[in-house]
Write a protein of this length. Structure first.
Ligand code: SAM
Length: 218
């Protein structure tokens, strides 16, 4: 799918990267949970003392390791693991980041491992993401849910914003073409039928919405 305006070439949100860069990264070991093929970990590598990326998909971790080697990043390592089950303490993180991999279990584990003043920052799908398909992701967060969770975990929120882009189309064909890369996934999870119905009933939009948050342990 085409990059949304404002994204870096790796598909990362510039405001999110700015929030991270405001921290003394050169002194920190950062844990990237749900790292996938490591795009955030690799972007942070040159700026941080060390980065550990964890993902449960061994194939993604293999790719991430290859990309780190190709980039010559000796301070970035990747580990296969379940970030909703494992304790983060063995990674000794001084900051925890999560990019499109967010859950209550992750926030709870970040809260357990971080000391006072240390940062947990994440980008999560917002509940309005693809709202035209009538089905919010079970991994999505609205502002109220995110605030409640972070408060319960002992974080102070320093930044919380919704990045939202609503694409508007002139025709059904144009709207379908914009989602073509998602068609197979949406056919499998039932979203495609609902999106087509939305378009047949005159809808001509597709919403992308993400919650960008930086929180600090009290
Ligand atoms: C949408 S991808 C985002 C990947 C990466 N953070 C990025 O932005 O490119 C979500 C990732 O989270 C991983 N993931 C989801 N649940 C997980 C869990 N419980 N433990 C480890 N990884 C998990 C998936 O395997 C996937 O790689």
């Amino acid at each position: 799918m085409a990059l949304s305006p404002g994204e870096t070439s790796e598909g990362l949100s510039p405001p999110f990267l700015e929030l991270l860069r405001a921290e003394p990264l050169g002194q920190l070991t950062v844990l990237d949970v749900g790292t996938g093929t490591g795009r955030l970990a690799l972007a942070l590598g040159p700026l941080c003392r060390a980065v550990v990326g964890v993902d449960r998909e061994a194939r993604a971790i293999d790719d991430a390791r290859k990309r780190a080697a190709a980039a010559g990043l000796a301070n970035v390592r990747f580990v296969v693991g379940d970030v909703e089950v494992e304790d983060y303490a063995p990674f000794k993180p001084e900051m925890v980041v999560a990019h499109l991999c967010m859950s209550d279990a992750i926030a709870e584990r970040a809260a357990r491992v971080l000391g006072p003043g240390q940062v947990f920052a994440f980008v999560a799908f917002h509940t309005d993401q693809w709202k035209e398909t009538g089905r919010p992701s079970r991994f999505s967060y609205g502002e109220v849910r995110a605030k409640r969770l972070l408060k319960r975990c002992g974080f102070t929120i320093e930044h919380l914003e919704v990045e939202r882009e609503v694409a508007t189309f002139e025709s059904v064909e144009q709207a379908l073409a914009a989602a073509v890369a998602l068609r197979e996934q949406w056919k499998a999870d039932g979203r495609w039928v609902r999106y087509v119905k939305f378009l047949e009933e005159g809808g001509r939009t597709l919403t992308r919405a993400r919650l960008v948050v930086k929180a600090r342990k009290k």
